[in-house]
Design a protein around this ligand. Sequence first.
Ligand SMILES: Nc1nc2c(ncn2[C@@H]2O[C@H](COP(=O)(O)OP(=O)(O)O)[C@@H](O)[C@H]2O)c(=O)[nH]1
Ligand SMILES: Nc1ncnc2c1ncn2[C@@H]1O[C@H](COP(=O)(O)OP(=O)(O)O)[C@@H](O)[C@H]1O
Length: 206
Amino acid sequence: MIEQKGILFILSGPSGVGKGTVRKSLFEKDTELRYSISTTTRPIREGEKEGVDYFYRSKNEFEEMIENNQLLEYAQYVGNYYGTPRQYVEETLDAGKDVFLEIEVQGALQVKENFPEGVFIFLSPPSLEELKNRIVSRGTETESLVMNRLKAAKEEIELMDAYDYVVVNDQVSRAVDKVQAIVKSEHCKRERVASQYKKLLEVSES
Ligand SMILES: Nc1nc2c(ncn2[C@@H]2O[C@H](COP(=O)(O)OP(=O)(O)O)[C@@H](O)[C@H]2O)c(=O)[nH]1
Ligand SMILES: Nc1ncnc2c1ncn2[C@@H]1O[C@H](COP(=O)(O)OP(=O)(O)O)[C@@H](O)[C@H]1O
């Protein structure tokens, strides 16, 4: 029997492209997906909450999690650690529920090594100019950090072809519709495989 585990979806792409915005909007519409909250050493921003946006940890605590193999993936990004707690993802998938990760590109590549059956979605900006506008207009970064993030973005864009899907975030609602369509289509694909498998077994047993 094919195991009915949940599907792991990974939304990735450069900082400022709109991953958080698209993910939040998606979760207002899709209550079946489970969001994996990341752990980070970056300082909490105004309006963010512990255990909602991130689990905020010290560098020592984070490094202990790495040593204890408690992270599915982790990356250093513009001076801070970010990582996906392993237990939540594994338990939720085992319970047959889909898990959604929103992470940067280095981490997504690590997940691809451990979970090649995951569904990898690259969120692309319409242009680099527009990406810069979004990072600047969000107003959370100093000028030198904006330049760091843009430099990282150019390197990240080169890794786009490792992904299963590319979604351009021109308008948030359109990008959300496309991600929802991907989720639906992956479910249909899985159901087709499961039903064909069942059919073949019935034939071979009769
Ligand atoms: N590898 C990895 N990246 C993460 C994780 N959580 C968040 N990120 C990414 O880290 C980058 C920086 O996140 P953050 O400081 O919240 O800034 P923002 O997403 O640009 O607002 C973004 O690209 C996030 O998607 C994680 O668990 N693992
Ligand atoms: N499709 C879009 N059109 C215009 N602005 C957008 C769009 N998507 C996101 N933004 C804006 O761009 C900025 C960065 O978005 P955010 O979700 O924080 O990106 P990320 O999580 O990828 O770093 C925010 O100010 C957000 O409101």
